[in-house]
Design a binder for this molecule. Structure first.
Ligand code: GUN
Length: 280
């Protein structure tokens, strides 16, 4: 029987801590707003955006919503970002991804001022993370580190295998695990003998984007399994990249979907916003 890592509870704790910090900041006259930009009306993005606004309201920071139509041009979006970069009150800018195909995401990410890059996606934020300098950390990987630490799971010296090499999860996850002194392996769609490699993991982070793909044959007895995937199964129920029913009995700890990694991403976004307000 694995310990179920309760991301909902841990994220709530973090948001309570942040709420107190925001109150202290307000008492010192330090305030700021998060600008949340959505282009188009992708239903999953709308849910995430709503949750982000609700989290801002909970911890006590203002959110400014920019809901732009699908046909917004790249130029128009870049001009909004330039305007937000220049607004004193805006301390964080979040552009919900994915963007419509006619807009270059990299160009948009690079247009956000690194001082307001609360997603941690700007090349300057990524570079700072690589060399261990101060900067905004990518929210999902930072949330996973918090899940492990707050569940008293040792990272130092452990074999950590990550499935997936995206800029948003896989790559920054590897760097943060390395920062915590894990021995890190990144695997991906071209990796040979994936199951064999994964079976070496003390901590297995699954971010491959394939519904219920990882079964017992990928997991060592007693491993910690972190499932970053979020999908709908045939019955329209949320599920992850991991076959939960099969893996849970052999893992020592596991994150559920929903209620594992998902809520942590937003908690860490709020953490970055509070950090940005603190730094003025
Ligand atoms: N789309 C999926 N995850 C994220 C995220 O963490 N930030 C943004 N901006 N868009 C996303």
């Amino acid at each position: 029987m694995a310990m179920i890592i309760d991301g909902k509870k841990i994220s709530q704790q973090i948001k309570e801590e942040l709420k107190e910090k925001v109150a202290l900041q307000k008492a010192k006259g330090k305030t700021g707003a998060l600008a949340v930009v959505q282009v188009g009306a992708d239903p999953a993005s709308s849910v995430y955006v709503r949750n982000k606004k609700n989290a801002c309201a909970f911890i006590g920071i203002e959110s400014l919503a920019y809901e732009l139509p699908e046909e917004t041009s790249e130029e128009e979006l870049l001009s909004l970002i330039a305007e937000l970069n220049g607004k004193e009150k805006v301390k964080g800018i979040l552009v919900q991804l994915p963007l419509p195909a006619h807009i270059n995401e990299d160009k948009v990410i690079q247009a956000i001022s690194p001082e307001k890059d609360v997603d941690g996606f700007h090349p300057q934020s990524v570079g700072a993370m690589v060399i261990g300098e101060k900067g905004f950390l990518s929210c999902t990987p930072a949330g996973i580190i918090q899940l492990l630490k707050r569940s008293d799971i040792e990272i130092c010296g452990k074999n950590c295998v990550i499935i997936g090499r995206s800029n948003i999860v896989g790559k920054p996850m590897a760097l943060l695990m390395l920062r915590e002194n894990a021995t890190v392996t990144i695997t991906h769609s071209k990796t040979q003998n994936l199951a064999e490699v994964c079976k070496q993991a003390d901590i297995l982070v699954v971010a491959m984007g394939k519904p219920q793909f990882i079964g017992a044959e990928y997991v060592k007895e007693g491993a910690v399994v972190i499932d970053v995937g979020i999908h709908r199964d045939a019955d329209n129920k949320l599920c992850g990249d991991v076959k939960y029913g099969e893996v849970e009995p052999i893992a020592s700890a596991i994150t559920p979907v929903p209620g594992g990694v998902g809520p942590m991403t937003i908690a860490m976004l709020m953490n970055n916003c509070v950090q940005s307000i603190e730094e003025g």
